[in-house]
Design a protein around this ligand. Structure first.
Ligand code: NI
Length: 270
């Protein structure tokens, strides 16, 4: 049993294919998935999907690359996060790849979402692209980590160095790996993955983006998290069942989801 800790299957093109996407999940033993919002309008799509399917969950938040999105405020985020299927705030963070200058608004948007996560005590989904040092600094300044009484969270689609991973783990954050780790040129990232203990690790697709080998360049979907799990077990030299079990357990722990609450697959099944 695998869990996709980060996907966007509530995007309209994926929703059109939903019966197939969910059937493929089941076939690949992917029991749960988290539908991560990138704007407030998008959050209502994620939540609508999560309300329809017991094994799907949603987040509320505004992506740092969405310059055109209305700014969230703490009250709105906290009130949306009261819904029982909303398990996290995000994705939020910093993206210097998409925003080259005048980044103050991005910093402020990130700080607001950390404050909301602290206020409702729900974990953060962190996006960092070419901005890891500032992400860590702002997380520390705002008390995002469990070390400062914050909610903690997960560094999603991790593609940074080991020191950055360690700084995040010191704040109680989990490290989530996407299909990028399967790419032949991702040797440095593979070394980082080897050094992350299983008890801090999650796996995700970030679908529809970033399909793992052998589907690189195609549309990604939650079923493919099984391929990332298989790759990761081999890379780390651990039994597949252990990798799948630990990463799933971390998901339930971080997002405070009762394991038996809702699943597409009976829990006894391998
Ligand atoms: Ni994403």
């Amino acid at each position: 049993m695998y869990i996709d800790s980060h996907c966007h299957i509530h995007f309209p093109d994926m929703v059109k294919r939903m019966p197939e996407v969910l059937a493929n999940m089941k076939k690949s033993k992917v029991s749960h998935a988290l539908c991560v919002a990138v704007s407030l309008a998008d959050a209502s799509r994620a939540l609508a999907l999560a309300e329809k399917h017991s094994f799907l969950y949603a987040t509320v938040g505004v992506h740092p690359g969405r310059k055109d999105s209305p700014e969230p405020d703490v009250e709105t985020l906290v009130s949306l996060a009261k819904h029982p299927k909303v398990v996290a705030i995000g994705e939020t963070g910093l993206d210097y790849f998409h925003v080259k200058k005048d980044r103050e608004w991005q910093h402020e948007r990130f700080r607001v979402q950390i404050r909301a996560a602290r206020a409702c005590n729900k974990p953060l989904i962190i996006h960092a692209r070419e901005a890891a040092d500032d992400v860590i600094r702002i997380m520390q300044e705002e008390g995002a980590g469990t070390d400062k009484g914050g909610p903690g969270g997960v560094m999603h689609c991790f593609n940074e160095t080991l020191p950055i991973a360690k700084a995040a783990m010191e704040m109680g954050f989990y490290i989530s790996f996407s299909g990028v780790v399967t790419f032949p040129n991702a040797k440095e990232l593979q070394k980082v993955a080897c050094a992350i203990p299983l008890e801090r690790m999650m796996i995700e697709t970030d679908s529809p983006y970033l399909a793992p080998v052998p589907y690189r360049g195609k549309t990604n979907e939650p079923a493919y998290v099984a391929l990332i799990g298989e790759f990761m077990a081999k890379l780390k030299g651990v039994p597949l069942a252990r990798l799948a079990g630990e990463t799933s357990k971390n998901f339930f722990t971080l997002f405070d989801i009762a394991n038996e609450s809702a699943t597409g697959i009976p829990s006894g099944q391998p």
